[in-house]
Design a protein around this ligand. Structure first.
Ligand code: KG4
Ligand code: ZN
Length: 336
């Protein structure tokens, strides 16, 4: 019997719904929220309201595009956390209502685990086999994981302060670039000289990361240069973007090398919003060729928040009978 699962992701500003049948993605629909752009970040109150408006049409479209009726669903998965509480509540309440109405199981998904499962959305032949290392880099998290089975992940190291995506976004803000800054810096960096400026590299032991030092060093650097030339940022935008991006990539790659050295695992993946970054992807692929690593990178549409990855986790948990009770509540903070 085929297993058909609807999944909902509403942890931040995008409302997304997807349908997975027997581990294969049938649809993945997303509604973004333009409202936050002029505030330079996500406004939680506005995000919750937009989720309320989007969730029904988004689910409807996901089912229609998959060619699946609501009666055919075997379970409904949703993001339990981490994320914005008000946003999570919209997805959780919708999922609970649907599960109750249809008498089907509810599956709660850890958003971070979902990001890792983006690597399984291209079908079994293109998915990593186990064990593999996964560098999860998003707007809120930066951690290195050893993945030994679909639902078995151990954190080997994580950031002690900011996330990699946060470093992109905060430094972009210092340069008056729009939010989210990561993709903007990526685009600007393509035309820039990555060796033009140098910023402080963190000294953190083991497999942990730190990005707040880079942020501070970037801020002081801009402040000093702007004193001399008020148009410094505008005149050097591409080189600044390229140099900053190169530093972030260097920090991430150093730890990946260390993780491979320590674990002996040569199957290496990246996931999360920042894994869309072209310099990171190129460096990882090139390193893979040089070092003999087997490298996995999710397609851009599955790197930033989306329901496809959440529904895939839902499928893995469904197979293990890991269901959630109706009393379950979303959680703003959750570990992996
Ligand atoms: O995974 P995600 O969509 O949301 C979280 O769970 O946090 O990640 C969003 C983050 C943002 O910080 C955004 O700037 C960053 O991913 N990002 C990028 C790129 N695309 C998205 N950072 C660098 N280069 C990109 N191309
Ligand atoms: Zn995310």
């Amino acid at each position: 019997m085929a297993v058909t699962i609807l999944g909902i992701e509403s942890s931040c500003d995008d409302t997304s719904a997807a349908v997975v049948r027997d581990g294969l993605l049938l649809s993945n629909v997303m509604a973004g929220q333009e409202v936050h752009r002029r505030y330079g970040g996500v406004v939680p109150e506005l995000a919750s309201r937009a989720h309320q408006q989007h969730i029904v049409p988004v689910v409807d479209t996901a089912l229609r595009e998959a060619g699946v009726t609501v009666e055919e669903l075997d379970a409904v998965a949703f993001t339990q956390g981490p994320g914005l509480l008000g946003s999570l509540l919209v997805g959780a309440s919708f999922a609970k209502g649907l599960a109750l109405a249809r008498g089907i199981p509810l599956v709660a998904v850890n958003h971070l685990m979902g990001h890792v499962h983006a690597l399984f959305l291209e079908g079994p032949e293109k998915s990593p086999s186990f064990p593999f290392l996964c560098l999860l880099v998003s707007g809120g998290h930066t951690q290195l994981m050893r993945v030994t089975a679909p639902l078995e992940m151990e954190t080997l190291g994580k950031t002690i302060d900011d996330a990699a995506g946060e470093a992109f976004d905060k430094c972009a803000k210092m340069m008056d670039l729009p939010y989210p800054g990561g993709p903007v810096i990526d685009r600007l960096a393509a035309e820039g000289d990555a060796g033009r400026f140098r910023f402080a590299m963190p000294r953190v032991q083991g497999l942990d990361f730190s990005f707040s030092g880079l942020k501070t060093s970037f801020l002081y650097f801009l402040r000093d240069e702007l004193k001399k030339d008020p148009l410094f940022v505008r005149n050097h935008l591409n080189d600044l973007a390229a140099s900053l991006q190169a530093t972030i990539v260097r920090i991430l790659m150093e730890k990946l090398h260390e993780a491979v050295r320590r674990t002996g695992i040569r199957r290496v993946a990246i996931a999360g919003g920042v894994s869309a970054n072209s310099a990171l992807k190129e460096t990882l692929i090139r390193t893979g060729e040089e070092e003999g690593w087997e490298v996995f990178v999710p397609r851009p549409r599955y790197t930033t928040d989306n329901a496809a990855m959440i529904t895939m986790t839902g499928y893995f948990k469904y197979r293990k009978g890991l269901f959630a009770p109706q009393e379950i509540t979303p959680r703003a903070r959750m570990m992996l």
